[in-house]
Design a protein around this ligand. Structure first.
Ligand code: HGY
Ligand code: MN
Ligand code: MN
Length: 405
């Protein structure tokens, strides 16, 4: 199995023939096919394979009970119409790096783990990193059991339908005790490496970020016969709030996105009764993020009042700022600088990752692979094969430096 052949095997799973984008949502058939692929790769390499109580998949070389395993991996699920690299590049590179180390005759002095964290994107149930949050104790069983998708299917129902026990989920401290270091390789979701001309980067920090649901409730009515003065139209308040979010983000040097909307009754010839919009906002520091979200909420309240519309806002997902482990970050930089002629810049990112959720509980680090356009969460997401191969080499060097004599 080469990087290329693994990539080719995974590529068609959950891919839309119309857009070329992916729809690998938690506990769906595409997710099951990705999981089957992971298990096949693990067993095909003679690794001990297991799925943990939260549905995360693990493949072990050596005995993780030693407590100092070096673990690598990422996620296989996607956003709606996502790209091929976000997540899978880290999982495929993990197996390819192990193959490379075996070719080098590397002697492992620590256990090695490869992981696929479930439901990282939160595309179906709205919360990012469900698998790693549950395992890290950053999400309670009650909170997880309340998660519901757009069709009204709860997370427990979806897990059960996929053959998993939703009553078994929960914090897994003993599993985290097995991990001495976690290194996640990920396609860069930005252009820093393209602009610097480097193939590989190391993550310094992840911006604080979250997701807020804005419910604007007005009055359904006939689009053709209702006088403008008589309307309580929630779409107007929503539209003004979207523009306010852009203004607030520009003021704070942050980002804010209303990328998902649900309208009831969603008829061309009906004034809506409900407009539900989801805000994703991220900033370099908590104070800036609070300023953006506070400003958007204030504007939304004013616009709702002006149109006689009711407003509810609920925070559905939040991840505080992540500062990756400095010692591990610097160790990786040292290893990569000596192993190859790579200069390896340290990058900040606004993208969330399972490594961010584990950070603070176990030493974590991330390696980024150059993305020439920076585009992500889109079928256009891309990384050149030679950069991906450079990523495998860098990951193999890192794992060798951390887990082998
Ligand atoms: O949203 C994110 O940053 C990640 O892709 N889950
Ligand atoms: Mn993503
Ligand atoms: Mn990702």
């Amino acid at each position: 199995m080469t990087f290329h052949s693994m990539w080719a095997e995974l590529l068609p799973i959950g891919r839309s023939s119309a857009s070329g984008g992916y729809r690998r949502f938690a506990w769906t058939e595409a997710d099951a096919d990705c999981r089957a692929w992971f298990e096949q790769q693990a067993r095909g390499r003679g690794l001990a394979y297991e799925t943990d109580r939260n549905g995360n998949q693990w493949a072990w070389l050596g005995d993780p009970a030693r407590g100092d395993a070096v673990v690598t991996g990422s996620h296989l699920d996607s956003v709606p119409d996502g790209g091929a690299f976000d997540g899978p590049l880290g999982v495929v590179s993990a197996f390819a790096a192990l193959d490379e180390l075996r070719r080098r005759g590397a002697r492992f002095t620590k256990p090695l783990g490869i992981v696929n964290f479930g439901d990282e994107e939160g595309a179906r149930f709205g919360l990012a990193c469900v698998g790693s949050r549950l395992t890290a104790g950053a999400l309670t069983v009650e909170q997880a059991h309340r998660l519901t998708d757009a069709e009204g299917i709860t997370l427990p129902q979806a897990m059960e339908a996929a053959g998993y026990d939703p009553d078994a989920i929960g914090a897994d401290p003993h599993r985290l005790d097995r991990i001495g270091a976690f290194v996640e390789l990920h396609v860069e979701q930005g252009r820093a490496l393209d602009l610097s001309g480097d193939r590989i980067g190391i993550a310094g920090a992840i911006w604080p970020h979250g997701r807020w649901r804005f419910d604007f409730r007005g009055e359904a009515n006939h689009a053709g016969t209702t006088r403008l003065a008589d309307r309580r139209d929630p779409m107007l308040s929503y539209a003004q709030t979207v523009l306010a979010a852009r203004r607030e983000a520009e003021l704070a040097g942050a980002v804010a996105t209303f990328g998902k909307i649900a309208v009831e009754p969603n008829g061309v010839n009906a004034v809506p009764s409900l407009v539900r919009g989801w805000l994703d906002s991220r900033a370099a520091d908590q104070e800036s993020l609070d300023a953006v979200v506070g400003g958007v909420k204030k504007a939304a309240r004013e616009y709702a009042a002006a149109h006689g519309v009711d407003l509810d806002v609920e925070r559905e997902s939040f991840t505080p700022v992540v500062e990756f482990d400095h010692a591990l970050r610097d160790e990786l930089a040292r290893i990569l600088a000596t192993g190859t002629d790579l200069t390896v810049p340290v990058l900040g990112t606004g993208a969330g990752h399972d490594a961010g959720i584990l950070s603070g509980r176990v030493p974590t680090a991330m390696l980024f692979v150059r993305n020439p356009t920076g585009v992500s969460h889109s079928p256009a997401e891309f990384a050149a094969e030679d950069d991906c191969v450079a990523g495998v080499t860098a990951l193999a060097d890192a794992l060798e430096g951390l887990a082998c004599t």
